[in-house]
Design a protein around this ligand. Structure first.
Ligand SMILES: NC(=O)c1ccc[n+]([C@@H]2O[C@H](COP(=O)([O-])OP(=O)(O)OC[C@H]3O[C@@H](n4cnc5c(N)ncnc54)[C@H](OP(=O)(O)O)[C@@H]3O)[C@@H](O)[C@H]2O)c1
Length: 247
């Protein structure tokens, strides 16, 4: 079975949720250096501490480093990837709360919905320096194939990321570029909505999803590790949604 032994993984959005789980799974897969980055200095510091605890508890060979970057700022992203230097794998999970509420929203106030998820990820993919066998993994969501009511803008952003990844797979080849499309994953992202509303959405999903449970961050991390490690997959969207589109 292949591992990430000796590999350098840069995770922008690695300070919480899915990105953090992928960072931890990469270390458990013997990556030599895991670099996480996001906009909150405290979250980056805490996440590095948690990763270092895992390294120490499991006597892992890798190390973890954190950087602060605001992914709205293209120059800051370019400076970060220059500072980190050559990498094997770039994973993009950075994203702010989605812009939902269509049609009752002022579209001029949500144009920036593309800044982090689309432009940030594209700038990072363009400017990163990859070692042979390297890869880029981007993140969308089930909205790309099955939009919920009021999610039109989010569908547009996800669709743009999904399409640009296929373009990148051609333009960056032989660097591989793939997209993960998670269903509901139990992460900090959900702390931004009122608890009662969250409970309602979660219990409804648990009852209806084909797999009858929500995704743990560790489960979705497996999908990211797969596309990093499998040298023959590129230009693909992997739907890891518990069967959401069938219910
Ligand atoms: N959780 C789900 O159910 C689910 C389902 C489908 C798709 N997704 C997608 O998966 C991705 C990750 O979600 P998650 O659940 O892991 O969310 P999360 O726990 O909120 O993680 C988001 C990450 O993005 C970073 N971030 C936010 N704004 C940033 C900025 N301006 N610059 C740099 N980093 C920034 C956050 O750190 P800072 O706050 O420190 O910046 C954090 O590390 C998102 O695109 C989300 O839409 C999630």
């Amino acid at each position: 079975m292949s591992t990430l032994e000796g590999k350098i993984v840069l995770l922008i959005g690695g300070s919480s949720g899915i990105g953090f789980a992928v960072a931890k799974a990469s270390l458990l897969s013997f990556a030599s250096h895991v670099v996480i980055a996001s906009s909150s200095p405290q979250k980056v510091k805490d996440a590095v501490t948690r990763l270092e605890e895992t390294i120490s508890q499991k006597s892992l060979p890798g190390r973890a480093t954190g950087y602060v970057v605001d992914a709205h700022d293209s120059a800051a992203i370019r400076a970060l990837v220059t500072k980190v230097g050559e990498i094997d794998h770039l994973v993009w999970t950075s994203g702010e709360p989605l812009k939902i509420g269509f049609p009752n929203i002022d579209l001029d106030t949500v144009r920036n919905a593309f800044d982090v998820r689309f432009w940030g990820a594209l700038v990072a993919a363009q400017s990163a320096k990859f070692k042979p066998g390297g890869s880029v993994t981007m993140t969308v969501g089930t909205v790309v194939v099955k939009p919920r009511p009021t999610w039109t803008v989010a569908a547009g952003v996800s669709g743009a990321v999904d399409a640009v990844a296929r373009g990148l797979a051609v333009d960056l080849a032989p660097i591989r570029v793939n997209v993960i499309s998670p269903g509901i994953v139990k992460t900090e992202l959900w702390d931004t909505i009122p608890p009662a509303q969250k409970e309602k959405i979660w219990s409804q999903a648990e009852a209806t999803l084909l797999v009858k449970h929500l995704c743990e961050p560790e489960e979705i991390a497996e999908a990211y590790l797969f596309v990093m490690k499998c040298g023959f997959i590129t230009g693909q969207r992997l739907e890891v949604d518990g069967g959401f589109k069938y219910v």
